[in-house]
Design a protein around this ligand. Structure first.
Ligand code: NI
Ligand code: MN
Length: 220
């Protein structure tokens, strides 16, 4: 399986299926992606992004799935704590400490609650935390699902910053951690190198800092 980070929270998993998580790119260029499945962590526009325009089968929490259905999309609804297999790809929806709403014509529509995903495909398990603050039940995500790779926000202000993400990484125990949701704008400025150095000095975890558009082989 291959993993591509397009910047911000937008990640493409390419294996048996192409799974695009949080399809937001500032210039909208993610519209060129041809995923089989889209997965949305929450309703904020920097995550819901181009979901409607992409018009692919979309995995999301019940409230967002209902909203997307009104836009004509094929949806696979689920909720926190649940596991659902879509076309051979296993999605588990995890909690996220964060708010959510869908912007529709300048008004906020309910988006349920914010979430994260554990996704299992081709013998690789990844955890995309979505937007979240630190919570100690991340230990359970490690104990139950044993993710090989964890994608964690480090930008601060709206999510965990570097110190919190360091603790999150040790809670989860994934061998590889990829920082996301930083430096998209000044208000979520963070130093991924500091995150990498601090975490690698104190743990066996490897931090992979990706450039937008960069693809890595996940090992399986
Ligand atoms: Ni958000
Ligand atoms: Mn966000």
């Amino acid at each position: 399986m291959k993993l591509t980070w397009f910047g911000h929270s937008c990640v493409l998993l390419s294996g048996t299926k192409k799974v695009l998580i949080d399809p937001f790119m500032e210039d909208g260029s993610i519209l060129g992606a041809k995923p089989d499945i889209v997965a949305v962590t929450h309703g904020h526009s920097d995550h819901l992004g181009e979901t409607v325009a992409l018009n692919k089968k979309t995995v999301a929490i019940t409230e967002i799935a209902k909203y997307l259905k009104t836009k004509g999309l094929l949806t696979e609804s689920m909720n926190i704590g649940g596991t659902h297999v879509v076309d051979g790809v296993t999605f588990t929806m995890t909690q996220a400490l964060h708010s959510t709403s869908i912007e529709e014509a300048g008004v906020g529509v309910s988006g349920g609650t914010a979430a994260g995903f554990v996704i299992h495909m081709d013998d690789v398990t990844v955890y995309h935390a979505g937007d979240t603050g630190l919570f100690s039940d991340m230990k359970l995500i490690g104990d139950l699902y044993h993710p090989d790779i964890a994608m964690l926000p480090i930008g601060g202000r709206f999510t965990m910053g570097v110190p919190e993400a360091m603790m999150a990484a040790s809670f989860i125990g994934a061998r590889t951690v990829i920082p996301i949701h930083y430096n998209t704008w000044n208000r979520i400025a963070a130093d991924p190198l500091m995150f990498k150095k601090s975490l690698e000095r104190t743990t066996d975890i490897v931090v992979k800092i990706l450039s937008p558009g960069e693809t890595i082989e996940t090992g399986s």
